[in-house]
Write a protein that binds this ligand. Structure first.
Ligand code: TYD
Length: 392
C-alpha cells in the first residue's frame, strides 16, 4: 500500500533550464510516497521520459573531477574482478565510465542524443534509445549476451522498473553481473536531503527495496558499497540466484540491518523525515532572511537539480540569490527552473564582492572548498542545508 508522507509543492522539471524566464513554466505537484509492501519510495507524478530526457538534457557526468575519479576507480575494479568480454552501460551520458574501456568491449545506451553524439563521435557503439525490452532484444540479436550491465543514477529516472529488470534479465549472461548505483535513501533520510527528490527522480532506492525488486526477477544482491558521490550513494552488485560464482558478502546484511535500525521498512521513518524537511525549510529561509536584512550579497554555486527542489520548496528567488555559477556549458545564461535566477558560466570573477555562497552542489563540497580557497581566505562564507541549514 502506498502511503503519502511529504508534499514538496509545485515543482518544474529540475533539468528544464530556460533561455528566458517564464513565470508560466509548467510545474507538477511533487508528492512523496512509501510503499509498505515493496518498501519503495517514489514520487506520485510520472512525467513521460521524452519530456525529461531528450536532445537538450544538460547534465554531463564528466563535469566533475569527483565523478571522473569514481568512474575510473570502478573501471579498474571491474576489469580486475569481473573482466567482462562485453559491458553495457545504461545511461552512458558523455562517456565518463566507458571511456576507460576498450571500444570493442563496451556498448552504451543513451537516449539523450546530445550526449550520445559525444561518445559516438569518439567511436563507441552507442544506442541513442530508451532502455526497454525491445532494445534489449535488438542488442541481444546483435551481440548475443552481455557479461556486465552497469547503470549509475539512471534507473531511478525510469518509471517502469519491471520492464527495466526484465530487459536486464533478457540480456545478461548466466554468470553475468549487474551493477547499479544510485543515491542512498538512508543517507537522504539521515541528512534530511529532501532535495534528492525532483520530477526526474522517480525513486530513491534503499537496499530493502532493491532486494525486494531483485527477488521478483530471481536476482540477488551479493555486495553493497557505500559511496560518497551524489551526497551518499549505494553501489549494488547483483547476480542471478542460480549463479554460484560469487558469494554473498556481509555488506548486504549490514546495510539491511542499518536500514531497519533507522526504520526504513516502516512509515514512521518517512513521517519523521517529512517533519525534518519542513523544519529544514524554515531554518534555511531564516538564514536567507537574516543575511538579506543586513544587505549581504548571496549567490548560488552549482545549478543542480537538487537546488531546483530547494528553491521551489523554500520559495527562494532572485531577491535572495543574485545568480548561480555553474561549469556546465549547457546551463550557461539560462534560468534556474521555476525561478528568475540566472545561471552564469563559472568564472572566478563572479565570486568578487560576494559575501555568501549557497551550495547548490553540496555533494561536491570538498571539491568546491578546495577550488575556492581564495574566497574562503577573504572571509567568504557558504550556506548549506545538509545535514542542517547552517553557515560554514
Ligand atoms: P549534480 O551533483 O549532478 O547534481 P544534480 O544531480 O542534483 O543535478 O550536479 C553538479 C552540478 O554542479 C553540475 O551542474 C556541475 C556543477 N559544478 C560546478 O559548477 N562546479 C564544480 O566545481 C562542481 C564540482 C560542480
Amino acid at each position: 500500500m502506498n502511503k503519502f508522507f511529504l508534499n514538496l509543492g509545485s515543482q518544474p522539471l529540475a533539468n528544464n533550464y530556460l533561455n528566458k524566464f517564464n513565470p508560466k513554466q509548467i510545474k507538477y505537484n511533487l508528492r512523496l510516497y512509501f510503499d509498505t509492501k515493496t518498501k519503495l519510495v517514489s514520487i506520485s507524478k510520472r512525467i513521460p521520459s521524452k519530456k525529461m530526457f531528450n536532445n537538450k538534457y544538460p547534465y554531463k557526468s564528466s563535469m566533475s573531477k569527483t565523478m571522473q575519479k569514481s568512474f575510473y576507480n570502478l573501471s579498474v575494479e571491474i576489469k580486475k574482478k569481473f573482466n567482462p568480454n562485453l559491458l553495457l552501460e545504461i545511461g552512458s551520458n558523455d562517456g565518463a565510465l566507458i571511456k576507460n574501456f576498450d571500444k570493442n568491449k563496451v556498448i552504451g545506451v543513451e537516449p539523450c542524443s546530445n550526449l550520445a553524439k559525444i561518445t559516438k563521435k569518439k567511436g563507441f557503439k552507442i544506442y541513442d534509445e530508451y532502455w526497454d525490452f525491445n532494445l534489449s532484444k535488438k542488442i541481444k540479436k546483435q551481440f548475443n549476451k552481455v557479461d556486465l550491465i552497469y547503470s549509475a543514477n539512471t534507473l531511478t529516472h525510469i518509471s517502469n522498473l519491471n520492464d527495466v529488470f526484465r530487459s536486464v534479465k533478457n540480456l545478461l549472461s548466466e554468470d553475468g553481473v549487474l551493477i547499479i548505483e544510485d543515491p542512498s535513501l538512508l543517507e537522504c533520510i539521515k541528512k534530511s536531503s529532501y532535495d534528492q527528490f525532483y520530477n526526474e527522480h522517480i525513486y530513491v532506492f534503499s537496499a530493502l527495496s532493491v532486494r525486494n525488486l531483485m527477488n521478483k526477477f530471481d536476482f540477488e544482491i551479493f555486495d553493497i558499497k557505500n559511496l560518497s558521490t551524489h551526497g551518499g550513494s549505494l553501489r549494488y552488485y547483483i547476480k542471478r540466484k542460480t549463479n554460484k560464482k560469487f558469494k554473498i558478502k556481509s555488506s548486504v546484511k549490514l546495510q539491511i540491518k542499518n536500514e531497519i535500525k533507522f526504520k526504513l521498512n516502516k512509515i514512521v521513518a518517512y513521517n519523521k523525515f517529512s517533519v525534518s524537511a519542513k523544519k529544514s525549510k524554515n531554518e534555511l529561509i531564516n538564514i536567507f532572511n537574516n543575511l538579506k536584512s543586513s544587505n549581504k550579497k548571496i549567490i548560488g554555486y552549482g545549478a543542480t537539480a537538487k537546488a531546483t527542489t530547494i528553491l521551489n520548496f523554500c520559495a527562494l528567488d532572485h531577491d535572495f540569490i543574485d545568480y548561480f555559477v555553474d561549469t556546465t556549458p549547457d546551463k550557461a545564461n539560462k534560468y534556474m527552473p521555476g525561478k528568475k535566477i540566472k545561471i552564469l558560466k563559472y568564472n572566478k570573477k563572479f565570486l568578487n564582492n560576494v559575501d555568501y555562497i549557497f551550495l547548490g552542489a553540496w555533494n561536491f563540497q570538498k571539491e568546491i572548498f578546495k577550488k575556492e580557497k581564495d574566497f574562503i581566505k577573504r572571509g567568504g562564507k557558504f550556506i548549506t542545508h545538509v545535514p542542517i541549514p547552517r553557515i560554514i
